[in-house]
Design a protein around this ligand. Structure first.
Ligand SMILES: Cc1ncc(COP(=O)(O)O)c(C=O)c1O
Length: 373
């Protein structure tokens, strides 16, 4: 089955008891034992496993073509669950541009646990190979990256990492399994913030880790999910599946809008750079065309005039909402340097998450915000 078909049904075959087309939400935290204390069903307690969460996890495993999917309370809970598989003394390699929350967690917490963290520009394969060869247990990849929209050759990084015995994790939040499937490119696991495109309506906080068959720590990860307990609750699991039903149509429109905005911006005066892999001028364009099926709904651009002008432009937008996050139906616009502590992001950089509004309304809004100075 094509992923679009799987998504349209949210992977649900129907309920044989009621013939319901949509799954129920199992809110029960606990499940009864028989008189002899045996368990008639597969469930004991909802932190360990819950039927609604399991439906969502099974759908995600199918979409990524993975061996196991584990759902968490947020994208960061999913990411930190993966890091929790490491031992003191382990070495982690991060890309130089990545979601700031992962960088912050790595530097503030992994270091306290005796895990060494290093960063490298993963667009530079020689530097990446050197860094991995110098000793590395886990390579974290994000492509396209947040917020500079760097494209990293996932298959090449995975191949080098595997040759040196390192585990490769890809943050697939920006692409979803519809645009990029990291396990097929050689990653051991893929992490998503469900909060973004997967749930898609800016009303769910969630995360998921989908592991491939040779992920080395499946039991540690699943034990972490159950014992540390930052699990996706049943209602959020259900909302995420409801959102996933329309992922294919949402994402197609978001990619089309992002591409139109990026092309529009290339002709706007006082725009220094537009970062979108769908532009032929983007240094990662050909690579992106090879490893992605579309170029995504995220872009960033740099304006002359630095922080002050970037904030003024954002403040004049009416259709774009000035808010953090991404992947919802509404277009969002944000000054990343303001939200990232100790940010390496350029002060004049504006990040856009394209929504599903009419393209003309988005272009008019941006044109008005940038012209009226
Ligand atoms: C690429 C990426 N990964 C992970 C996360 C963290 O997800 P959450 O906010 O659901 O914890 C984010 C959040 O913005 C993100 O953009």
């Amino acid at each position: 089955m094509h992923p679009d078909t799987l998504l349209a049904h949210a992977g649900y075959a129907g309920d044989s008891e009621t013939s319901a087309v949509v799954p129920p939400i199992h809110l029960s935290t606990t499940f009864c034992r028989d008189t002899d204390s045996s368990l008639p069903g597969a469930f004991v307690y909802s932190r360990a496993a819950n039927p609604t969460r399991e439906l969502f996890e099974s759908l995600m495993a199918q979409l990524e073509r993975g061996a196991q999917a584990l759902a968490f309370a947020s994208g960061m809970a999913a990411s930190t669950a993966v890091f929790s598989c490491l031992y003191p003394g382990a070495r982690v390699l991060l890309p130089s541009d990545l979601y700031y929350g992962v960088r912050k967690f790595a530097h503030s917490h992994l270091a306290r646990w005796g895990v060494t963290v290093e960063a490298v520009d993963m667009k530079d394969m020689d530097a990446t190979e050197d860094a991995i060869r110098n000793g590395c247990d886990l390579v974290w990849v994000e492509s396209p990256s947040n917020p500079m929209v760097d494209i990293v050759d996932i298959a090449a990084v995975a191949s080098i990492a595997r040759n040196h015995g390192a585990v490769v994790i890809v943050d697939g939040t920006w692409t979803t399994p519809l645009i990029q499937r990291p396990l097929e490119l050689g990653a051991h696991a893929v992490v998503h913030s469900v909060t973004k495109y997967l749930s898609g309506h800016s009303d769910v906080l969630g995360g998921v880790v989908v592991t491939g068959p040779d992920f080395p720590w499946p039991d540690v990860l699943s034990s972490h999910q159950q014992t540390a307990g930052a699990v996706l609750d049943p209602f959020s699991s259900w909302l995420a599946m409801r959102g996933l039903r329309t992922l294919a149509v949402r994402l197609t429109t978001q990619c089309r809008n992002a591409s139109a905005i990026a092309r529009h911006l290339t002709a706007v005066p006082r725009v220094r750079a537009v970062h979108y892999p769908g532009l032929e001028s983007h240094p990662g364009h050909l690579l992106a065309a090879r490893q992605m099926t579309d170029f995504g709904g995220m872009l960033s651009f740099e304006v002359e005039g630095g922080r002050r002008r970037a904030l003024d432009i954002i403040g004049r937008c009416r259709v774009f909402k000035a808010a953090t996050s991404l992947g919802g139906t509404e277009s969002l616009i944000e000054h990343r340097a303001s939200i990232e502590e100790d940010s390496p992001t350029p002060e004049g950089l504006i990040r856009i998450s394209a929504g599903i509004e009419h393209t003309d309304d988005l272009l008019d809004d941006l044109a008005r915000a940038m012209d009226s100075e």
